[in-house]
Ligand binder design. Structure first.
Ligand code: ATR
Length: 275
């Protein structure tokens, strides 16, 4: 039996953990899946995707910097992808139409609630950043009905625009926007969705946003404690989590969409932590 072909497309792509994660899922579930990494030229993402599916490829994950292009390219978008404005999962439907989904927000919520045991209903949440990564997770976070969700960003206008865009999904949640310096604690959960640490920066938050009851979640994954999580620990955070669980959970949701089988994620996280 030949394996069905899947891949992750990005630029650069050599650091991607997706091939490792999906081959562990395939091993665990017995699904006949082969999963590779493709570096698309920066000026030809669309051609790379077309070629992949013309050659019989079954599904793609999409990562930086192509998630918005994947969303544009698709013939159809799932409801959650439509709102996210970006796609990380592509596949063809039974009529050969290219469908875009976004599993990032679902992955984050599953990691927070399932793996870390956090109750998001009624929680006070601060989300840092207002770029594509944050837009992708706001819908699923609001669906958990937190009491308050504040989006704080360096460019305040972008945070305000997201608060307007997601107002209709806020329902019982007080959804607000502000600059970092204006964030008013305390918060039960602070999620860092900025790329500040890539430049060695920290968002300039007032120290009182963190109390002994605050959990901090950095959407970045790194082998060492991330810069942001170290800052949070130094300011008395109750616990810190990195983005490994989100990475594995979003992959599991893509795998389910493509194969109709939900893999176990905990063993895969254990393997990755020890790689
Ligand atoms: P991504 O897809 O990772 O979200 P993005 O859309 O470029 O990437 O968004 C990056 C986010 O990190 C933005 O919220 C950005 O703030 P601005 O909207 O003000 O640009 C934030 N960010 C990037 N570098 C930062 C820094 N040095 N300090 C604080 N925030 C930063």
């Amino acid at each position: 039996m030949t394996n069905d072909l899947y891949a992750v497309v990005g630029h650069p792509i050599s650091h991607s953990k997706s091939p490792r994660i999906h081959s562990l899922f395939a091993q665990e579930t017995g699904e006949a899946v082969e999963y590779t990494a493709i570096q698309a030229p920066l000026d030809d993402f669309d051609g790379t995707v077309r070629q992949f599916f013309e050659r019989g490829g079954k599904g793609l994950n999409v990562t930086v910097p192509f998630k918005e292009q994947a969303w544009q390219l698709a013939d159809q978008r799932t409801a959650r992808a439509a709102k996210a404005g970006a796609a990380n999962t592509l596949f063809l439907d039974e009529h050969g139409k290219l469908v875009a989904d976004n599993t990032d927000g679902c992955g984050l919520v599953r990691d927070l609630t399932g793996n870390h045991g956090l109750a998001l209903g009624g929680a006070r949440i601060l989300v840092l950043g207002a770029g594509g990564a944050v837009r992708g997770v706001l819908g699923p976070l609001l669906a958990e009905a937190p009491a308050a969700l504040t989006v704080a960003n360096r460019t305040v206008a972008k945070a305000e625009a997201l608060a307007v865009l997601f107002q209709d999904e806020a329902q019982a949640t007080a959804l607000t926007a502000c600059g970092f310096e204006q964030a008013q604690g305390p918060f039960d959960l602070i999620i860092n969705g900025t790329s500040a640490s890539l430049q060695g920066d920290l968002p300039p938050l007032p120290a009182n946003v963190i109390t002994g009851g605050t959990t901090v979640y950095d959407m970045m994954y790194s082998l060492q404690t991330t810069t942001f999580n170290q800052w949070a620990l130094d300011h008395g955070a109750n616990r810190v989590c990195d983005g490994l669980g989100m990475l594995v959970e979003q992959a599991a949701e893509s795998f389910r969409i493509w194969r109709g089988v939900t893999p176990q994620t905990t063993p895969v996280m254990d393997v990755l932590r020890n790689d």
